[in-house]
Design a protein around this ligand. Sequence first.
Ligand SMILES: [Zn+2]
Ligand SMILES: [Zn+2]
Ligand SMILES: [Zn+2]
Length: 139
Amino acid sequence: MQTEFRSALKKSGLRVTPHRIALTHALATAHSPKTADELHARIKNADLVTIYRNLQNLVAANLIHEVRFKDGKVRYELARDDHHHHLVCTGCGTVDELEGCGATGLESKVLTQSQNFASVDEHSLEFFGTCKGCALNKH
Ligand SMILES: [Zn+2]
Ligand SMILES: [Zn+2]
Ligand SMILES: [Zn+2]
């Protein structure tokens, strides 16, 4: 797995550093998007400034993506081949990774409603709800 990150970093032109390897490894094993603070807690011997800088490098190299939920925090996840969305519990913050997009056709539909835009290039679409655990606790 580590060799995989190594070659991905190399391919994107980024210098392979133990810290960048640690960051991508932490994101790969995380199962849901993580904030810089959460990554900071997982990675020893790295200050937050360095983590932010490396996260920006990795975003610029398209190895990781930024994800934003309603709390205004920026979260990060590994860029995978599949574009997808998330389902977030408003009670406890549990995140489900959804498969695929399901919004195919929406971008062109949106574009027909606009007089001012020449193209829609991407979208960000997250879903919010109550997980089963939180639903049980409410009753
Ligand atoms: Zn919940
Ligand atoms: Zn995801
Ligand atoms: Zn989508």
